[in-house]
Design a protein around this ligand. Sequence first.
Ligand code: PEP
Ligand code: MN
Length: 352
Amino acid sequence: MIVTVAATAPSATVASILAAASATRLEARSTDDGHGGTLIAIHGALTADHPSLDLPGVTAIHAKHQPYMLASREFRPHAPTVVKVGDVRIGGGRPVVIAGPCVIEDREQTITGARLARDAGAEILRGGAFKPRTSPYAFQGLGEEGLRHLAAARAATGLPVVTEVMEPEQVDLVASYADMLQIGARNMANYPLLRRVGATRLPILLKRGLSATVEEWLMSAEYILAGGNSQVVLCERGIRAFDPAFRFTLDLNAVPLVKELSHLPIIVDPSHGTGKRSLVPRMALAGLAAGADGLIIETHPTPDSAACDAAQTITPTDLAAIIRSGRALHAALLAAASDVPQNAPALAQIAD
Ligand code: PEP
Ligand code: MN
């Protein structure tokens, strides 16, 4: 049940509804609606004639909602979530580019790569210190040493950093270095990990599982939101399909669908989504055309020598070209917004 309470309601109204839910042992959460009012999501329903639903200021009651009530668009219909990573706003209208190597290799490479990424127009630096590798014999990342290099690159460039955390026990350590925590595709359904990052107040980048449905993915976001952390960015990174020509298949359908279903920002990863360097620029632009709030792209000063995912890693020069074209495309999309009514919510959001 989602209850809308007007800005002018007495404060006792929200408190009474929350108390009524708790007395009935129903989970409930409230949030501002972006216009001074309050939305209350209750998992389950108070009886339609419950007196708290008759209090002054209750303006609407939706008995039915998506199973991911906090992640659903109905929970924030007028104010899509904007996630702040350092001073960078994701979902704030202007697409944001996150770039950097798949894995942190050494201090110099990290700092050099970060400078090149920043000069190309990237606003957030990525790089893995703890890597989920398919083979136990593959390079697993530098661990805390990698986090220190990432922090040094942030100090050198001013770029905030995002890096993956794989285990609940690692969260405090990674959070002490990172500006944003990445939950990788392989851990999208690691519920203890989701609960643990839900207990932090750091922004979370939640990648879609390799074969997760959009609903399963939004339910994973719900775990984080239910823990009280509202700062979640979704990332479409390709799903497993039948054609070995691609490492994964970027599911761009998911982008406008997520915009319809949820208030959370969504970015696109054309690197893992294709697995192929030559396809990255086009699919990056396609992601923006689909309405993404940003991109995450694997870049390296010398991609062929990258210690992980070299085949899908691009140069800073190619990154700069993508960002230039992306800006032009974004401007064109805004100009065309009125001609593309089916994309109106996403484009209207871009215009905010
Ligand atoms: C990554 O971003 O480096 C990564 C491992 O991605 P994914 O979890 O999407 O495979
Ligand atoms: Mn990678």
